[in-house]
Design a binder for this molecule. Structure first.
Ligand code: ZN
Length: 166
């Protein structure tokens, strides 16, 4: 297994919708293993394939009882809402209170090609929504309200300037 570099905001690969997975084979299995290792090393609770530069529709997650993989995931059936301080490995070190649905349903397949059908609430629902956003080419920054976004942009700009000057 090997870890991958996690792409950060500004990388165009994060802004492109991913392609459906058509072949579940040894190559995909190795990618999943590497993504799991990369997620644990970060550390994070979820990682989408395009965050490691691969334009395929799958993500891995572990909120304490995993790891698991969702291939060709689709979220349906939103219900309720709740706010939580949410961060992203591709926008490292920053967290914002983000309102999202409290309960969702996820349909996907696993590495054996078996169907997954999962009712999720709170943290798990949030991970599913966050990772499917990634796979649709959306970053957490697009979930911020105008004031949060303004501050986020300033923080990121200041930090990037700081990094450039080293
Ligand atoms: Zn993320």
């Amino acid at each position: 297994m090997a870890t991958h570099t996690i792409r950060v905001h500004g990388d165009p690969v994060l802004r492109q919708a991913t392609q459906l997975v058509t072949d579940i084979d040894g190559v995909l299995e190795r990618l999943v293993q590497d993504m799991i290792e990369t997620m644990y090393a970060a550390p994070g609770v979820g990682l989408a394939a395009n965050q490691v530069g691969v334009q395929k529709r799958l993500f891995v997650w572990d909120i304490g009882d995993g790891p698991f993989v969702a291939i060709n995931p689709v979220v349906t059936g939103h219900d309720g809402e709740w706010s939580y301080d949410e961060g992203c490995l591709s926008v490292p070190g920053l967290f914002w209170p983000i309102v999202r649905p409290k309960e969702v349903h996820l349909d996907a397949v696993d590495l054996h090609g078996d169907e997954l059908s999962i009712d999720a609430d709170e943290m798990l629902a949030r991970v599913f929504l966050h990772e499917t956003d990634h796979l649709d080419g959306k970053l957490l920054l697009e979930r911020l309200d105008p004031q949060q976004l303004k501050e986020a942009k300033r923080t990121l700009r200041d930090r990037d300037l700081h990094l450039d000057s080293r």
